[in-house]
Ligand binder design. Structure first.
Ligand SMILES: Cc1cc2nc3c(=O)[nH]c(=O)nc-3n(C[C@H](O)[C@H](O)[C@H](O)COP(=O)(O)OP(=O)(O)OC[C@H]3O[C@@H](n4cnc5c(N)ncnc54)[C@H](O)[C@@H]3O)c2cc1C
Length: 282
């Protein structure tokens, strides 16, 4: 069985930061048989599992390990009143499908540019709503085996997946609602995002997690770092929790701004925990 693969491709096309050197190889399986057929050595090398790349920063030197991109696992269907959705489905598709089927619950997540797999891994959330609260079952792949289980032990930006587990699909349990009301809520949330976030420039969302009783973005602004520039990267003028790729930024530019913020936080007595995942080339 031949699994679609791309070699020596620019990672700029696989991350919403639009940054990164070349990937040695990216595999794009589209079903479990294809995933299983990837030779064992691929899994021995701890491949990096990629969704939509909206929470990762690839290195300027690229990535020399193996990447498995889950985007082609993208089926979505209704099973009685539950939504069964594969990991590569985008959150936009999932939310639109829910609206079409009069299912309410995920509206506040509308506009997060991730896949279902990345969102569950990160327990993505917004405006007081977190995705894992609506997940009744997950199907995961690890060590060549499939396992279906309830999602347990998840919290703020930490989903129920263990190390090296690949999310294949998830089942969502939602409430009955009215399509028009669901669509309106989604559109209202999306409008809010467009005002509050630098949606028109490449980024990976909030760089840091919320702290215990504080918001990094507010402190970054208070410390006068909003708008700070390094090469082509900028601490966003719109939302100081975002770093944006304003003008052909390199990963190095973005990392310099992250370190600048972390150094200042440390001087002020804070420890900012990173939300985005920074990958070295090896
Ligand atoms: C403009 C913008 C706004 C954003 N707003 C929000 C927001 O409001 N709230 C929020 O929480 N986040 C937000 N984000 C961040 C990001 O969109 C989310 O974290 C999203 O859920 C990541 O999904 P992804 O598919 O892009 O994951 P990726 O970036 O591809 O990967 C993220 C992590 O998930 C893992 N992963 C991906 N797929 C799988 C899988 N199938 N199985 C196992 N592991 C997997 C990866 O290995 C990696 O560790 C925003 C980002 C942007 C660019």
């Amino acid at each position: 069985m031949k699994v679609l693969q791309k070699r020596n491709v620019s990672l700029k096309n696989y991350s919403t930061f639009r940054v990164g050197g070349k990937a040695k190889v990216i595999y794009f399986p589209q079903n479990i048989n294809e995933l299983l057929s990837l030779k064992k050595y691929v899994f021995h090398k701890s491949p990096f599992i990629l969704g939509n790349g909206s929470n990762v920063l690839f290195s300027d030197a690229g990535y020399r390990g193996v990447i498995i991109c889950m985007k082609r696992f993208n089926s979505i269907k209704l099973n009685k009143d539950k939504v069964l959705c594969e990991a590569g489905t985008s959150l936009f598709q999932l939310c639109n499908f829910c609206a079409e089927n009069n299912l309410s619950g995920l509206e506040k997540l509308y506009g997060i540019p991730g896949s279902v797999g990345g969102a569950i891994k990160m327990n993505a959330g917004a405006y007081g709503c977190e995705i894992c609260d609506f997940v009744s079952y997950i199907l995961v792949f690890k060590d060549g085996k499939l396992m279906r289980r309830k999602p347990e032990y998840f919290g703020y930006r930490k989903g129920p997946l263990q190390d090296n587990e690949i999310l294949i699909s998830a089942e969502f349990e939602l409430k009955k609602g009215k399509k028009e009301e669901i669509v309106k809520k989604q559109n209202d949330i999306f409008k809010k995002r467009l005002i509050a976030q630098p949606y028109n420039l490449p980024s990976a969302g909030s760089v840091f997690k919320r702290g215990n009783g504080y918001f990094p973005a507010e402190l970054i602004e208070k410390w006068g770092l909003k708008g700070c520039v390094e090469g082509g990267a900028e601490i966003s003028e719109v939302h100081a929790g975002f770093i944006v790729n304003k003008n052909h930024a390199s990963a190095k530019d973005i990392v310099s701004l992250i370190r600048k913020i972390e150094d200042k936080a440390s001087i002020e007595g804070y420890h900012f925990e990173r939300e985005i995942i920074i990958l070295d080339a090896d």
